[in-house]
Design a protein around this ligand. Structure first.
Ligand SMILES: [Zn+2]
Length: 280
């Protein structure tokens, strides 16, 4: 059994504030240790539950946050950026690299939703994303990508609202809330010792759910992206297939989520390049 862990940071233990997840800050240095603790707890739980291999794919910011030297020696970690499938890179392989189950560790609610550090890809320029009319978080988008490869989401960790969000896209997955939402920048947090025990137990229980199924062909997928400024929706129309549907909103349609998430990545990359420091 081969498990892929997609590890994001906003939903990690103790994290509630931008500086907690901003590479280079003192708070980030402190929080990456708690993030590593969450991820390692999932690794240990999956091995307890019978996994033969666990691959971690770093999925936050520049994708170099986890402390490799503190991870269980059986694990492998994909770190760094520029990957075909971004947050769920690795799920697309077949043969002896085929993944049987995916875990979303440290996930968070989507842009425009209630939740600690809620956003979708861009920290604040995107105010909402919809997939076929349903408001989408990163978890929901990535769940559709992995379903296309026949891989189930078996575990989700984050704040309580990230877990609630996961009820929609991965109803069968185990969920662990490491903190309870109070506001976008505040939460009632549990200690790393406590959340590590909870995550390890849940991952162990989730391991038997890692069974590949028939790939789900759910397309076509229409993705709508709403920005906080009109010039960003104008800028992203350089991406082929992306059309402006309102002053601050664009849409595109993809036959598969493999293409859908790659176009989404292109849209967010162009949008970030068009953001001006003071005026947005
Ligand atoms: Zn994220």
């Amino acid at each position: 059994m081969r498990i892929l862990i997609s590890a994001d940071m906003e939903g990690a233990t103790g994290v509630t504030w931008p500086a907690d997840v901003l590479p280079g800050t003192a708070q980030w240095e402190r929080c990456r240790s708690m993030f590593t603790s969450d991820v390692n707890a999932a690794v240990l739980g999956f091995f307890d539950g019978g996994a033969d291999e666990v691959l971690i794919n770093e999925a936050h910011w520049t994708m170099r946050n986890l402390l490799l030297e503190r991870l269980d020696e059986r694990v492998q970690m994909l770190t760094g950026r520029h990957k075909a499938l971004s947050m769920v890179e690795g799920v697309q392989h077949g043969g002896d690299r085929a993944v049987d189950g995916v875990a979303f560790v440290g996930y968070h609610a989507g842009a425009g939703m209630e939740g600690v550090l809620a956003h979708t890809y861009l920290a604040n320029q995107i105010t909402g994303v919809w997939l076929n009319g349903v408001r989408a978080s990163e978890g929901l988008l990535n769940a559709h990508v992995v379903a296309e490869f026949g891989v189930p989401v078996v575990l989700v960790t984050g704040d309580d609202l990230a877990c609630e969000d996961a009820l929609g896209y991965a109803p069968g997955a185990l969920k662990v809330a490491v903190k309870d939402h109070v506001s976008r920048y505040a939460a009632v947090c549990r200690t790393p010792a406590r959340t590590a025990a909870d995550i390890r137990a849940a991952a162990r229980e989730a391991a038997p759910l890692a069974v590949r199924h028939e790939p789900v062909a759910g397309g076509p997928f229409t993705v709508e992206v709403e920005f906080d400024a009109e010039h960003l929706s104008a800028a992203v129309t350089v991406v082929p297939g992306v059309r402006r549907v309102a002053e601050r909103k664009v849409a595109y349609t993809s036959g598969t989520m493999y293409e859908g998430i790659r176009t989404f990545k292109a849209v967010t990359t162009v949008a970030s390049a068009a953001v001006e420091e003071q005026y947005g």
